[in-house]
Design a protein around this ligand. Structure first.
Ligand SMILES: CC(C)[C@H](C(=O)O)[C@@H](O)C(=O)O
Ligand code: SF4
Length: 473
């Protein structure tokens, strides 16, 4: 019987399987950031161990790093815990080593899920782990990538292996083409809207179909990034020419004969035609409308042409209660058109949408609309995902477009995606955000998050409220 892409990568990395199905998987790449690594390094130190394979570790600081005031250096990190985590990472890497390290303010510094692929640290067919739930992002390369907890981080550091139970196979097939203005973010939000945040629990999701094939590698990363929000620990896209072209020439990618051998193998990284999936979900790309979340979970999402749902129309009492709570937190009235929702802040960034293509997409909207950020917007910020994205965007003059329109152009990092650094929402503030989570307090206590694409966020900044981007596409 044919195998799925997930079966192939999993089989290739299994060292041993117990009778109950628990396997020991070999781990090829270990991405490390400052938040989930300190205890793991400390554990190694206490046990007198070293890293099993230094060359598998690629590290950077991202969650706690400030996005402005870099001229003040480490003194610009106001929060003492943030500062300690960032400097502790420096000490740990100095002591234990790494294949590559991009510390705070290094040109290569960036959100771990932006930095890894751009350095060629993520390659097709690899097993990739990181102490971070959005490690699913790297599945865009046909790599088996998922987040792990801090004790697992230590386990991988010490043994290069991970205990894993094989998940079931899910295929999410997005057929046909999307309309102009509909992006990877809208595709993945629509998928989550359909399957729910628990829909992928226990599965590895392979995203396929013409709309996925049509996406750039950046777009595929956006989709895989949010596989975790759909309940799956890992998302995957089969390797094609785009994947190989993206990887070619990156600092950590193979070269010469090794490159040729790798490419030959990578070309086998797709599900066989007769592979069986445990569950198949199909979407019609042409039906996908630019998405806006209205509630406090990524599944609480609708097309921008819809209205805020009415809990009274929901028969299931649990769901009704959830809608009511979400609307109270979000301060929204049932029936209100989503395009009438005004926002206070706009955040374009995060590991979902801070790559060069996202920057281009947002800048194109700003340029097309030709106006400044609306008066009701207190802050509109663009935070490139890495120093290299920032540099590329500046080469293309995108920063000039943003700044001229009144956006702040910041230094790279996780920024306002989560309230772990100085960028956050104040209680009651409403934000159009290109990030991936809209839980209560995610962007700051009492803050209200609406997840959208970069194009939708840029348009919301200019108009002051959500607008249907298809009008300008
Ligand atoms: C801090 C980190 C452990 C966390 C994660 O695992 O996802 C963060 O990146 C997030 O997005 O909430
Ligand atoms: S950008 Fe957000 S989601 Fe991504 S790793 Fe950072 S905090 Fe997590």
């Amino acid at each position: 019987m044919g195998r799925t892409l997930y079966d192939k990568i999993f089989d290739e990395h299994v060292i041993h399987t117990e009778e109950d199905g628990t396997s020991i998987l070999y781990i090829d790449r270990h991405l490390v950031h400052e938040v989930t690594s300190p205890q793991a390094f400390e554990g190694l130190r206490l046990a007198g161990r070293k890293l099993w394979r230094i060359s598998s570790v690629v590290a950077t600081a991202d969650h706690n790093t400030p996005t402005h005031g870099w001229e003040r250096g480490y003194d610009g990190i106001e929060d003492p815990i943030s500062k300690e985590q960032i400097t502790t990472l420096n000490t740990n890497i100095a002591e234990f080593g790494a294949a590559a390290f991009f510390p705070f303010m290094d040109k290569g510094q960036g959100i771990v899920h932006v930095m890894g692929p751009e350095q060629g640290a993520t390659l097709p067919g690899m097993t990739v782990v990181c102490g971070d739930s959005h490690t699913s992002t790297h599945g865009a390369f046909g790599a088996l990538a998922h987040g792990i907890g801090t004790s697992e981080v230590e386990h991988v550091m010490a043994t290069q292996t991970l205990l894993a139970k094989k998940a079931k196979n899910m295929l999410v097939q997005v057929n046909g083409k999307v309309a102009p203005g509909v992006t990877a973010k809208d595709i993945v939000l629509a998928i989550i809207g359909k399957i729910g945040t628990a829909g992928g629990t226990g599965y590895t999701i392979e995203f396929a179909g013409q709309a996925i094939r049509d996406l750039s590698i950046e777009g595929r990363m956006t989709v895989c990034n949010m596989a975790i929000e759909g309940g799956a620990r890992a998302g995957l896209v089969a390797v094609d020419e785009k994947t190989i072209n993206y990887v070619k020439g990156r600092p950590l990618a193979p070269t010469g004969a090794e490159w040729e051998a790798a490419v030959a193998y990578w070309k086998t990284l797709h599900s066989d035609a007769d592979a069986q999936f445990d569950h198949v979900v199909e979407l019609n790309a042409a039906d996908i409308v630019p998405q806006v979340t209205w509630g406090t979970s990524p599944e609480m999402v609708l097309g921008v042409d819809a209205t805020v749902p009415d809990p009274d129309k929901e028969k299931d009492p649990n769901k009704r209660g959830a809608i009511e709570r979400a609307l109270t937190y979000m301060a929204l009235e049932p029936g209100k058109p989503l395009s009438d929702i005004f926002v206070d802040k706009v955040f374009i960034g995060s590991c979902t949408n801070s790559r060069i293509e996202d920057m281009r997409e947002a800048a194109a909207v700003v340029k097309k609309l030709g106006q400044k950020v609306a008066k009701n917007i207190k802050l509109a910020m663009v935070v490139p995902g890495s120093g290299l994205v920032k540099e590329q965007a500046e080469r293309e003059g995108l920063d000039v477009i943003f700044k001229a329109a009144g956006f702040e152009w910041r230094e790279p990092g996780c920024s306002m995606c989560l309230a772990m650094n100085a960028d956050r929402l104040e209680p009651g503030e409403r934000c159009a955000s290109t990030s991936n989570r809209n839980f209560e307090g995610r962007q700051g206590a009492g803050g209200r998050t609406h997840l959208v694409s970069p194009a939708m966020a840029a348009a919301a900044a200019i108009h002051g409220h959500f607008v249907d981007i298809r009008k300008f596409a």
